[in-house]
Write a protein that binds this ligand. Structure first.
Ligand SMILES: *Cc1c(COP(=O)(O)O)cnc(C)c1O
Length: 437
């Protein structure tokens, strides 16, 4: 457990802000996503300070990690920009009242409709990722009579030290243009177009990265490429180094504090400044795009323990009222988590159990072989670091409702996503007339 001021154990109970986790579970029901507003605010502030340490820059929250209107408002209030990867995320940040000039639109295959929507909202930047997009955007911007600012997603060919599904900048990735390949020609092409304004480069090497050397290598290669562009008379105003900072899930991971996360951003800012100076380049405006490191540890999922099945000497299953519909990350990547029985948080975690979900899928686990206090039916189980890529990846599999989300802000707690009803689950079902007899 990575405890902090707003996540701690008191009198045997797990506390989130001023609330016992069991109290939240009783009031709002389980399964329940709980988000810690104070932690989110603290990380946002630390990142904003860090990105401006060696020049000027901005922190764009990667919405795909956790997208709700309330947390987008919270992030905007702390000075964050937004990165969006779909028309839906774009709609969300607009609903949250974000300054659309501070929105970046990513994605390797934006649809024509999404490009229209981005232009209609007057977003700050499209991050161009393919030749198809380049043509479409140029044409559509022309039709609207605007000159659209663009960044170009480039692939520096760095293998981040992380697992393959979240590694995005190895050679032959589906993302971006290769700095050792066609990127130069693509940018020359953009620079010659009437309706597009080349502003800079975007790099995102992957996710759940603890090892700095991956960023260092990416910055070195990318600034070499900026130099190459400068030699062609093309100015790079902006360098967006993406996100991907690794967070604490289990005791095998480093336990970082907001300040330690900010140090990663600070060292990226410092290295960008150093490498730019060394190569005779104007210092770019630096954008970073953390997602997981802002919301990941802010999230705790609460479940009620139901069925318990013990195969002595083999495995003990503790089943909860959630599963892959609220957290598909074990099923997708065999991701690891840590957990505690919220009402026995001061007891030793002296059993090794497999936490199972309730879906009809044997791969539906929250985690395998996890240390846990002795679980009994009716206990409240808290799983940590579920704020990123849980709610945003949730589904209605088996027609389970996506759990509601409660925001805790010190001594205040309320829904930011309300519970789904059975009616919600069927809202878009419709029966063609010929079946109605
Ligand atoms: C996923 C993603 C991020 C955020 O990654 P985290 O690991 O959540 O920090 C940032 N930028 C881009 C382009 C991404 O695809």
């Amino acid at each position: 457990m990575n405890t902090r001021d707003t996540l701690y154990v008191k009198d045997g109970n797990l506390m989130i802000g001023s609330f016992k986790a069991t109290e939240l579970a009783a009031k709002f029901g389980t399964p329940l996503y709980v988000m810690d507003a104070q932690y989110i605010a603290e990380v946002c502030d630390a990142f904003v300070a860090a990105v401006n340490k060696c020049g000027s820059g901005a922190v764009a929250f990667a919405n795909k990690a956790f997208a709700t209107v309330a947390t987008a408002k919270l992030a905007a209030a702390h000075g964050l920009w937004f990165d969006v990867v779909s028309g839906g995320e774009l709609y969300l940040v607009a609903q949250a009242g974000a300054d659309m000039k501070k929105v970046l639109f990513h994605g390797n295959n934006k649809t024509p409709r999404e490009i229209d929507e981005g232009l209609a909202h007057g977003i700050g930047f499209f991050v161009v990722d393919s030749l198809n997009e380049l043509e479409l955007l140029d044409e559509k911007a022309g039709r609207r009579g605007v000159k659209q600012d663009v960044l170009v997603r480039v692939n520096p060919g760095v293998s981040a030290h992380t697992y393959e599904a979240v590694m995005t900048a190895a050679p032959f990735s589906k993302f971006g243009f290769d700095v050792h390949g066609d990127a130069l020609d693509v940018i020359k092409d953009i620079a010659s177009r009437k309706n597009l304004n080349f502003r800079g480069l975007h790099v995102h090497i992957g996710s759940q990265i603890y090892d700095h050397s991956s960023y260092d290598a990416a910055i070195d290669i990318t600034t070499d490429f900026v130099k190459k562009l400068a030699d062609e008379g093309i100015v790079t105003d902006i360098l967006d180094m993406g996100g991907g900072y690794g967070i604490y899930y289990t005791d095998e991971d480093p336990k970082f504090t907001p300040r330690r996360y900010a140090y990663t951003v600070e060292s990226i800012a410092r290295l960008v400044a150093e490498k730019s100076a060394e190569k005779g380049l104007k210092q770019p405006f630096l954008i970073v795009e953390p997602g997981r490191s802002i919301v990941g540890e802010a999230g705790i999922t609460l479940y009620t323990v139901g069925a318990i099945k013990d195969f002595p000497g083999v495995r003990k299953y503790v089943a909860v009222d959630g599963g892959m519909f609220d957290n598909p990350r074990y099923a997708l990547y065999e991701s690891r988590y840590s957990a505690v029985i919220a009402n026995k948080a001061d007891k030793p975690a002296d059993e090794i159990v497999t936490i199972a979900g309730k879906c009809c899928e044997s791969g539906d686990l929250i985690g395998k072989d996890m240390p846990l206090q002795h679980a009994e039916t009716g206990d409240i189980l808290a799983v940590f670091s579920t704020g990123a890529y849980n709610y945003s990846m949730a589904s209605n599999y088996n027609l389970n409702a996506v759990p509601p989300v409660v925001l805790v802000d010190g001594d205040k707690a309320d829904y930011i996503v309300k519970p789904q009803t059975y009616g919600d689950l069927l809202r878009n079902n419709t029966v063609p007339e010929w079946l109605n007899g």
